[in-house]
Design a protein. Structure first.
Length: 214
């Protein structure tokens, strides 16, 4: 019988139509079905807190292996905190102000100055540790955040430093169960500098197998 493998991920593990197409059969969760019985919870734009909230349900699958892929949404430099964004979205006037700031490119300037991350480092570490404790009968692995290209850094100044900082947290928490994706080829990442192409999914599939079989 195949071992049970549970994946928690943001949008990187999902198929996409834009900016390039990656069909479901090309994704690494689908590829892993050849080797494991795969269960998956993925949420585009998901913060680690939102995945922690789902562990009560997914723990009932009693997986042998858990793989988490998240962190870019948590660490990315922002102009405003999550609470501030919620306030902007609370009424029509504030929404107009938020759009106005974006239209005059003030948001980009504020982001460069403030470098807000929606999940503070202390909370990120705590919730990573929560996964290990919650799935204490499983082997829990973490994929690193995909590295930022030079073009991504130009688009979002500070993203490289944020990714490096949060990847170090992942490495410190998960130790030899940290799967480093630093050598992913450029052709493995879509033109949005973030999501995975077919080649990217294949790379991650191979990286996971090397680690699990090593």
């Amino acid at each position: 019988m195949k071992k049970r493998l549970l994946i928690f991920s943001d949008s990187l593990a999902l198929p996409r139509n834009t900016p390039e197409q990656t069909i479901y059969e090309d994704t690494y969760p689908y590829l892993l079905n050849k080797n494991y019985q795969v269960f998956q919870f993925s949420k585009g734009g998901g913060l680690i807190k939102e995945f922690v909230e789902q562990t009560f349900y997914y723990n009932q699958y009693h997986p042998d292996i858990v793989i988490i892929q998240m962190g870019i949404v948590d660490c990315a430099p922002r102009a405003f905190t999550k609470l501030e964004e919620a306030i902007f979205d609370s009424n029509r006037v504030f929404r107009w102000i938020r759009r106005f700031l974006s239209n005059i490119k003030a948001t980009k300037y504020i982001r460069k100055i403030r470098q807000v991350s929606w999940t503070p480092p202390k909370d990120f570490i705590s919730m990573c540790e929560f996964f290990i404790d919650k799935f204490h009968e499983s082997e829990v692995f973490a994929l690193s955040i995909v590295p930022a290209s030079s073009d991504y850094e130009k688009q979002v100044p500070g993203i490289t430093k944020k990714i490096d900082k949060y990847n170090l947290m992942l490495k410190n928490v998960f130790g030899n169960k940290y799967i480093d994706l630093k050598d992913i080829p450029l052709k493995g990442i879509m033109s949005d500098h973030h999501h995975l192409t077919k080649e990217g999914h294949q790379y991650i599939y191979n990286a996971i197998l090397r680690t699990l079989n090593g």
